[in-house]
Design a protein around this ligand. Structure first.
Ligand SMILES: C[S@@+](CC[C@H](N)C(=O)[O-])C[C@H]1O[C@@H](n2cnc3c(N)ncnc32)[C@H](O)[C@@H]1O
Length: 202
């Protein structure tokens, strides 16, 4: 089997307790629906350049550019997606004002710690709610760098390309660090808007 095509079997548990099997790409490619990005843009403004360090097909970066932001895109598989520059983010050391990303979950902790080292201003990460768990993440991340805010999607999100709009999917959050705001407390809020389609068109 071609190494790059390696697929890992994975399981997702639904809120009703059933389990569905899915396929998982080696580099954890999933696709962020545009309404997830717009939810962030409704509440956060950026100053300066933004880096999407794992841009995939540009699902996040495209919308940031459409808002008028200057965005740099890299991805370890950029050659495959035809978007951005091929680069392993964990060996990328150029400082930047902001980072916005949906990182591969299996290395999300390393990704976020690295993003916090590189960004001067904001780091915004969309990931699973379960990322808030575990002693390791508490000790190595949340205790040292309490996030400024967390936005929970009250509907689960299906990150499979062309996945369902509602149902299935994963409980998901945006975690936002604003380095210009210092507090040991994290603001928590829910995003509960009903969207009309996966891409948000009416
Ligand atoms: C969850 S997908 C996100 C894709 C897209 N940005 C989106 O939000 O829909 C994770 C992406 O991380 C990329 N990736 C995995 N490991 C990486 C690394 N070390 N450096 C840069 N990109 C990486 C994968 O190729 C994949 O495109």
């Amino acid at each position: 089997m071609n190494k790059d095509e390696a697929i890992l079997r994975t399981k997702y548990s639904r809120c009703d307790g059933t389990v569905i099997c899915g396929q998982r790409n080696k580099y954890d490619y999933f696709s962020t629906p545009s309404y997830v990005v717009r939810a962030l843009l409704e509440t956060i403004k950026f100053e300066g350049r933004i880096l999407d360090p794992c841009c995939g097909k540009g699902e996040i970066s495209k919308l940031l550019k459409r808002e008028g932001y200057k965005v740099k895109e890299i991805d370890i598989e950029a050659h495959k997606f035809g978007v951005g520059k091929k680069q392993d983010f964990l060996s990328y050391y150029r400082k930047v004002s902001n980072i916005v990303a949906n990182p591969p979950f299996n290395i999300a902790l390393e990704f976020i710690k690295h993003a916090l080292d590189l960004a001067y201003k904001k780091v915004c990460i969309v990931t699973r709610l379960a990322f808030l768990e575990t002693n390791l993440r508490h000790r190595e991340l949340f205790m040292l760098y309490p996030p400024t805010s967390i936005m929970l999607f009250s509907r689960r999100i299906d990150f499979r390309p062309n996945g369902n709009l509602f149902g299935g999917g994963l409980a998901s959050i945006w975690i936002i660090w604003d380095k210009e705001i210092r507090s040991k407390y994290t603001k928590f809020y829910w995003y509960n808007k009903k969207e009309v389609s996966r891409n948000g068109e009416s």
